[in-house]
Design a protein around this ligand. Structure first.
Ligand SMILES: NC(=O)C1=CN([C@@H]2O[C@H](COP(=O)(O)OP(=O)(O)OC[C@H]3O[C@@H](n4cnc5c(N)ncnc54)[C@H](OP(=O)(O)O)[C@@H]3O)[C@@H](O)[C@H]2O)C=CC1
Ligand SMILES: O=C([O-])CC(=O)C(=O)O
Length: 279
């Protein structure tokens, strides 16, 4: 038993919101075989609220750098694209692995290149969970034969509220009364305009045709209570059509329950020595 605890990976958590909370609870319950040693959030009261729910209490780091300057094995980012831009490199330089949820930040080619170079130099791994999407394994497998990839995302306007898109377009989410196509374009532009809503487009781009050739349509539907993502891909291999109808997280409607469950499963696998399923 003692040696199992010694061997367990130590986790630092950046972001104590919807996803961070569920990851912390999954570690605390033993579902993820790891030890949560440090947490950090902009808002200390969110860190405190999370820590108070845990049986095994981690330390609240004074600043984000303290997460990776402590001897953790994996830092879990469940915060924002800015958090990735500002902290990912130093986490890797401190020789910690990194699980990233705010994948949209990686569509900036210079950010991606620097982080991949750091992975090679410091022999570290960046984990990108499948998030709110299904089928990334298949897209990765057929990458060389892909000819087109389209992501159609449909959410209730409430789940899109606050996106940069609404500052640019002047459309008000409250005025959307019928199903409306808000955006059609590249994954690159989608991630810029909807940074907290469409990280899945970044995942799909990185797995397949890249952010300029992956097409995205974002639909606001006031009648839906789901976050629906449909992937339609074609190529020499045949075609793929996958739809996930996600229940939104109870604390953050922008985020799907599947995104949280996928983060938990990805971290569980990273902390385990067992069978790996899927390509
Ligand atoms: N890959 C995928 O498929 C998915 C990715 N996501 C992304 O995952 C991330 C987490 O999602 P979720 O948990 O739902 O978000 P929440 O908003 O519920 O929680 C994020 C928390 O992190 C805090 N935070 C933001 N930036 C920083 C920072 N630089 N340093 C410290 N704390 C910070 C936020 O504070 P404050 O509220 O003050 O900003 C908030 O408390 C988001 O970027 C989201 O867009 C979400 C769903 C799917
Ligand atoms: O959770 C979702 O449905 C998708 C999401 O927010 C994202 O990709 O950023």
């Amino acid at each position: 038993m003692f040696s199992i605890i010694i061997d367990m990976k130590k986790i630092g958590l950046l972001g104590c919101g919807a996803i961070g909370t569920q990851i912390a609870l999954a570690i605390d319950s033993g579902k993820i075989p790891a030890i949560l040693t440090h947490v950090y959030d902009f808002d200390r009261s969110k860190s405190e609220a999370l820590v108070s729910r845990l049986k095994k209490r981690p330390q609240i780091a004074e600043n984000p750098h303290m997460l990776s300057s402590n001897p953790v094995d994996i830092v879990v980012e469940a915060a924002s694209q800015d958090a990735v831009r500002n902290h990912a490199l130093s986490i890797l330089q401190n020789r910690r692995d990194l699980l990233i949820m705010s994948v949209g930040a990686l569509l900036d080619e210079s950010v991606l290149e620097i982080l991949l170079d750091a992975c090679r130099e410091f022999k570290r791994t960046i984990y990108l969970p499948s998030g709110a999407l299904a089928g990334l394994d298949a897209i990765r497998s057929v990458k060389e034969e892909l000819e087109s990839v389209l992501l159609v995302t449909t959410k209730n306007p409430k789940s899109l509220k606050g996106a940069r898109f609404f500052e640019v377009s002047k459309i008000d989410t409250d005025s959307i009364t019928t199903k409306t196509v808000l955006f059609e374009g590249s994954a690159k532009d989608a991630v810029n305009l909807f940074p907290a809503n469409i990280n899945v487009a970044a995942l799909l781009s990185l797995a397949g045709l890249g952010s300029h050739n992956t097409k995205v349509r974002i639909v606001a539907d006031p009648q839906t209570d789901k976050n629906t993502h449909q992937v339609i891909a074609q190529g020499k291999f045949g075609s793929i059509s996958i739809t996930v109808e996600n229940v939104p997280d109870s604390t953050n409607p922008k985020t799907s329950r599947l995104a949280t469950l996928s983060a938990v499963e990805c971290l569980r696998a990273a902390c385990s020595t067992d069978m790996r399923i899927g390509s």
